[in-house]
Design a protein around this ligand. Sequence first.
Ligand code: ADP
Ligand code: ZN
Length: 743
Amino acid sequence: MIVGVQPLAGFDKLLHYKVPEHLRAEIHRGSLVRVPILNRPQVGLVLEADTIADVPVERLKNILEVMQDYPALTPDLLALAKWMHVYYAARMESVLEAMIPAAVRDGTRLKEERFLGLARPATPDELVALKKKAPQQARVAEFLAQQFQLVKKSLLLSRLGVTAAVVTALVKRGLVREEVRHVERVAYADNWSGGEVVTGLPPKLNPEQTAVVDSVGESLTKGKFAVHLLHGVTGSGKTEVYLRAVEQVLAAGGSAIYLVPEVALTPQTVSRLRGRFEAAGHQTVVWHSHLGEGERLDGWTALASGKARVVVGARSAIFAPVRDLRLIVVDEEHEPAYKQDETPRYHGRDVAVYRAKLAGATCLLGSATPSLESFANVKSGKYRLDVLTKRVDDKKMPDIQIVDMRIEVMRQRGLVTLSRLLVNHMQARFERREQTILFINRRGYSSSMQCRKCGHVEQCPHCSVAMTYHRADETLKCHLCGHQRGSPAVCPSCAAPDIRWRGLGTQRVEEAVRRVLPRARMERMDTDTMSKKHRFREILSEFRAGKIDVLIGTQMIGKGLDFPNVTLVGLVDADLSMHVPDFRANERTFQLLVQVAGRAGRGDRSGEVVVQTFTPKADAIQYAKRADFDGFAEVELGVRKQFQYPPYRHLIHHLFRGKNPEKIKFYAEHWVKQVEKALGSAVEMRGPTPSPIEKVKDEYRYQIWYFCARATKVVPELVRLQAEMKWPDDVTQILDVDAMSLM
Ligand code: ADP
Ligand code: ZN
């Protein structure tokens, strides 16, 4: 038999090998194998089993070893790898690397443990003799005679206080046998849930939830590919719906993948899931970036062997080698965190939909603020829409109050961090021993300009995105089309001299809070605290225990948090996300407002939300205030349609970088001409223009944007053209299909 193997280290080509007789039964498509490459053993993946070689059979080498009992990729994952390779213009090697964890690729073995058992019982005479001559051996023999199963050697030695030599002597006598076994580490008793596993009886579903569970259940029962979009307001019990769907799948013997944007940020969700599934006897694998190699391998093996049938994890859990996949849940499907920002630049949600399609499974996308991409798929009839319109137990939606910062600046004269309304509310909360969360939006892009008096932001006349300020040559530039103008000294709209940089640091907010609430206990959570995972958990549990009055953090922190005593949420600067050079800025702002508002009033008392902005009339803010997703989506989809932005067309980003700016520019311009010739009207191009950040680590960057109706047509063409052209070594290119932002 001959197989086609894709090497996994620096060799992007399919190679052929012979399979020796003794390995034939073990080898399948998707198996990881060791093969000789340039006379060195390397790891590869079998892409084609039983194939025909492109060289004479005599010259083929043998496969050296099959590395695991289970294929690393199931047939649906193999098909998925091929699709990602083409769709995202990513090298096969990098796709496989993303799909198969390093611990598995490296062929790390499961942890080995030595076990002891009785080979045969000692006769009474033997025992008497042993007790005299070697009392320690006698003790071990007696101890083992009382055990029903094998005993870990290390445990026995420490328990009886004997040395390994004692055991060896017993083995020699033929009384004791020693066995090596693979044991699993505890990947599932993972500590992201803080060790606390929430148990308790599941709640009785309300009528809306019942309807959604039935709707999803129908697709699960049919067992055909279907996508459901669950639009449920914050606190409407979406998680409970996901849980029921997973339970239905597990009960029917299938497997489920449950994606969350970021495991570290959703410890509550993870502990709820584990509590529920493990109580029902289902081992639950938690998959995240902080797993050790050994834990990763164990979790992976548990899934590949079918021992575990449910996995909860971030983006890369979509590649879990589960058997008989019936359901994929994508929680917070609108989250940009699902897009990977290195090769392969895939979108976890989109890959989830495609994998569900390949597996004939149900994909359940859920959000309080669905992405316009998914919503458009509902409108075109591709996805089914399910809705939860009310909070559980008819809890009120929080009341959103908008503060016009232009008026605030006039009244308070000067820089204002906290408005009087927000301060009053915070003080009242502090007196009542209720809690406040202040969000600072760190997605902000410091180089857009905004008038502090009227709120005006300069937009590109051609692209409807904010212009970016360039200090070096005092210009405003559009990074989409390259349009530029001199930067204004006074506001182009109201002529005030107050036009300036945007930007508000966490620190300034902290100082402002100290001034108005000197006795309050306050904590800050940002990327620094997040990287120390223990501190992050500590703060959360202190906050839950009521030891913190005011929590200041970026909106990333707020995801999925459920603190009953939080009755006030403040968004310090809503404009930071709105006036950025990104056509999704309005969508992001709407999502941000609705999501942070959702953190308030989760308990018995209703919540209030204060939003500070210089542009109170903006659609994103007005629709969020009314909690009107449909209204917002309609307006925003109208704008997208007008400019033919996603979801109406695909957006592809092409980055060129290198040390020599002239050379980069030259090649980028030459490239554009080639694409025009080859693709004509199938693609619309913008650029090349310098990237928003023109120079990174001494490399200059130019970019091109492509808009096209059919990425599946255009991307392979771009790849083909790339291969045809001669490129110098010092020009690097990166294609990003379905790029998430214009920044
Ligand atoms: P969402 O994910 O939509 O924000 P959750 O699923 O987190 O909402 O639900 C919010 C809270 O309501 C949780 O504490 C959850 O346990 C509870 N809950 C969900 N469904 C019900 C129900 N049918 N009856 C009572 N409580 C429920
Ligand atoms: Zn423009």
